[in-house]
Write a new protein. Structure first.
Length: 281
């Protein structure tokens, strides 16, 4: 009789334990499922969203499909220029002389004049905020010795970063069939660039001297940290946007996207939701 009672008690204890475990764990799993954000639908031809710290891909759409970066090319231009500064031991307050090749470049302009003096800092802000094509050309020619060498440096940097679908033929992003990238490659380039403190400071700036940032993300999106817009008729509208909330940073790339800003904001909202920090600033 005593053995029977012991067996009954063990069985009851086991059943009671299962009930407690179910009570504790089941509601938690339901809340987690309910809290998962909906995957956004974006009109971009190519897009990707990554964790800016880890590189984890949180969303992608045709991310390895060939696209045209337009002025988001200048992310690499600024990054390589800053690499040269570091390797050469020179500061961004160093003055350079504007070469003839940088004068009168097509598209968005800083209206540079041949032989005038500009600091590297002035060119960086002009390139990343105003999106001056002449500024990008001047940076490339001055920091690379000549345009051809600098463009080769851009492609070598892309290769070192693991970019497999990218080829640069100019430092500004003016359209060329042979000047292309992918959303995934551009995200890798942006992630690397944002690890540079000077680059991060420049692209997160709203206004600097006479320049106002063309990237509306820094004015409109909570926690925005940068980084660059681009547009040509042939390339369409391109945007690399970033934002940080708490310890989490998002980097979003949308290529050939008529609703570029809204799509980028939706993607970053989604990413912060996935990471559980939508309300952290």
């Amino acid at each position: 009789m005593r053995k029977v009672l012991i067996i009954i008690c063990v069985i009851l204890a086991f059943v009671f334990g299962l009930m407690i475990f179910g009570y504790i764990s089941e509601p938690g799993s339901k809340v987690t499922a309910a809290d998962l954000p909906s995957v956004p639908s974006v009109s971009a031809q190519q897009a990707i969203l990554i964790d800016g710290k880890t590189g984890e891909v949180l969303f992608e759409k045709n991310a390895d499909e060939k696209g045209y970066p337009a002025s988001t090319t200048k992310i690499m231009t600024a990054l390589v220029a800053l690499d040269v500064c570091k390797e050469s031991g020179i500061g961004i307050d160093e003055e350079v002389t504007i070469p003839k090749v940088a004068v009168g470049v097509e598209g968005s302009s800083l209206y540079l004049k041949e032989n005038e003096k500009k600091t590297i800092e002035e060119l960086l802000y002009g390139v990343m905020l105003r999106s001056g094509n002449d500024g990008a050309t001047a940076l490339a020619a001055c920091m690379g010795g000549n345009l051809e060498h600098f463009i080769r440096m851009m492609n070598e940097k892309a290769e070192r970063l693991g970019c497999t679908g990218t080829n640069f033929v100019n430092p500004s992003g003016l359209f060329d069939e042979n000047h292309y990238t992918t959303a995934r490659d551009l995200a890798k380039i942006a992630k690397c660039a944002m690890e540079n403190k000077t680059f991060r400071k420049v692209v997160g700036t709203k206004t600097w001297k006479q320049y106002t940032n063309k990237n509306k993300t820094v004015f409109q999106y909570d926690g925005a940290t940068g980084i660059k817009i681009g547009f040509t008729k042939a390339s369409g509208r391109t945007l690399v946007a970033s934002a940080k909330r708490g310890d989490v940073e998002m980097i979003c790339v949308v290529l050939n996207d008529g609703d570029w800003f809204n799509d980028a904001y939706s993607l970053m909202d989604y990413g912060f939701g996935v990471k559980g920090c939508n309300n952290e600033k």
